[in-house]
Design a protein around this ligand. Structure first.
Ligand code: RFL
Ligand code: PHB
Length: 389
């Protein structure tokens, strides 16, 4: 088999890239290790920036998103029992939307199916070969046996644990990493959201976040030690702890119910450089991870897809390789700013095991400064809604 671009990974980055390229007549094959149902069962990101929204529209998959999403003009920041709003609309004239990654992925799978897009599920042993020649190819195994696809390029969209990044020789790759000494325990419940905007709360018991998927589905998180086991957290314990960490008014109006998903995610910042090697381009979690505090994970994946998509259009449409040659440089310039913002918001809102009284006073001073200072809020708003591509 031959295609123009082999895309490894059928998560949001791989599917979005495939859909965008297909609409411009560029042929792709997506190789996904799991089943479609497995990919759709993962509960992840909830907030989409304007850049991601624009890409969904360009990919022709925005109809349900535009109909069902919630537009958020701002967010609530809380500490102890105080809270204040940061109004993105007023500060930077931009909003974000609430539309879950599960829905994004479902819309992309449906669109790919309608266009007869080639997605191979349950592939194993993916190996990327001869990336430094003009005869690159990918081999893999399915229930039908060994397969080979020859291609012009490979897009590594296979997440943090994928094979693509590992294909880049170690002496060429530099990895930057920060592992945080806590995780997030997340609960999804069929209950109405506690507030119309998200509430990010810094409390003496640790961070908490009140988020949502729609008017009947809420998503909540609390900071927890990495050693915690999800089985040890009953629903009742989770709700009791969440209530202790959010402002009284929110705690009093919180509607609780059985969890329909509960999981613990570790927090990590990670970047690999470069994001291109020969005919391989890394996109999304394959190249970088952010702690979820700034809601940047899926949105940084989208900005990579934007740069790669335009680079490939320039290459196939005009025979100009400038866009793909500068892909790594352009993508990383934006990634590092999102990394900084996510690290900043994580540091501002969490309790660290080694924090001193001095550190806590500094954290509080920063929250008070943010509360009082329009310039500080503007910086936060510009980053939260997403820096321009
Ligand atoms: P994904 O979504 O991980 O998709 C990669 C796909 O590649 C497949 N794969 C392979 N396929 C073939 N061969 C192989 N060898 C393969 N190895 C892996 C996988 O099965 C998978 O389907 O990466 P992508 O597309 O780059 O998308 C990135 C986003 O998923 C990610 O940034 C966000 O979900 C991060 N993230 C969150 N971001 C937010 O903005 N807000 C959140 O609340 C939020 N919560 C989360 C998260 C990530 C989590 N992870 C990774 C554990 C919660 C969790 C638990
Ligand atoms: C979510 O709804 O899952 C969510 C929202 C905002 C974040 C992280 C996660 O910063």
């Amino acid at each position: 088999m031959r295609t123009q671009v082999v895309i490894i990974g059928g998560g949001p980055s791989g599917l979005l890239l495939s859909q965008l390229l297909h609409r411009k007549g560029i042929d792709t094959v997506v190789l996904e290790r799991q089943t479609r149902d497995y990919v759709l069962g993962r509960i992840r990101a909830g907030i989409l920036e304007r850049g991601m929204v624009a890409l969904m529209r360009e990919a022709g998959v925005a109809e349900r998103m535009d109909r069902e999403c919630f537009v958020h003009d701002g967010t609530v920041m809380a500490y102890d029992n105080e809270s204040f709003g940061v109004n993105f609309k007023e500060l930077v004239d931009t909003t974000v939307i609430v539309y879950g990654q599960t829905e994004v992925t479902r819309d992309l799978y449906d669109a790919r199916e309608k266009m007869d897009g080639k997605i191979v599920f349950q592939v194993q042993d993916v190996v990327i070969n001869d990336l430094e020649t003009d005869k690159a190819y990918v081999t893999y195994r399915t229930a039908d046996g060994e397969k080979r696809i020859d291609c012009d390029f490979v897009a590594g969209c296979d997440g943090f644990h994928g094979v693509s990044r590992q294909t880049i020789p170690q002496d060429i790759r530099t990895e930057y990493e920060k592992v945080y000494p806590f995780g997030w325990l997340g609960v999804l419940s069929e209950t109405p959201p506690v507030h119309e905007e998200l509430i990010y709360a810094n409390s003496s018991r640790g961070f908490a976040l009140c988020s949502m998927r729609n008017e009947k589905l809420s998503r909540y998180y609390i900071q927890c030690p990495l050693s915690d086991k999800v089985e040890a957290w009953s629903d009742q314990m989770f709700w009791d702890e969440l209530k202790r960490r959010i402002p009284d008014e929110a705690a009093d109006s919180l509607v609780t119910g059985p969890s329909i998903e509960k999981s613990i995610a570790p927090l990590r910042s990670f970047v690999t450089e470069p994001m291109r090697w020969g005919r391989l381009f890394l996109c999304g979690d394959a190249a970088h991870i952010v702690p979820p505090t700034g809601a940047k994970g899926l949105n940084t994946a989208a900005s990579d897809v934007h740069y790669l998509y335009h680079g490939l259009l320039q290459y196939y449409g005009e025979g100009d390789s400038e866009g793909i040659d500068r892909y790594s440089e352009k993508a990383l310039a934006r990634i590092w700013k999102a990394e900084r913002f996510s690290w900043w918001m994580t540091s501002l809102m969490h309790r660290y095991p080694d924090q001193t009284e001095f550190d806590l006073r500094i954290q509080r001073a920063e929250l008070e400064f943010l509360r009082e200072n329009k310039a500080a809020q503007t910086v936060m708003a510009e980053n939260y809604v997403g820096l321009p591509y």
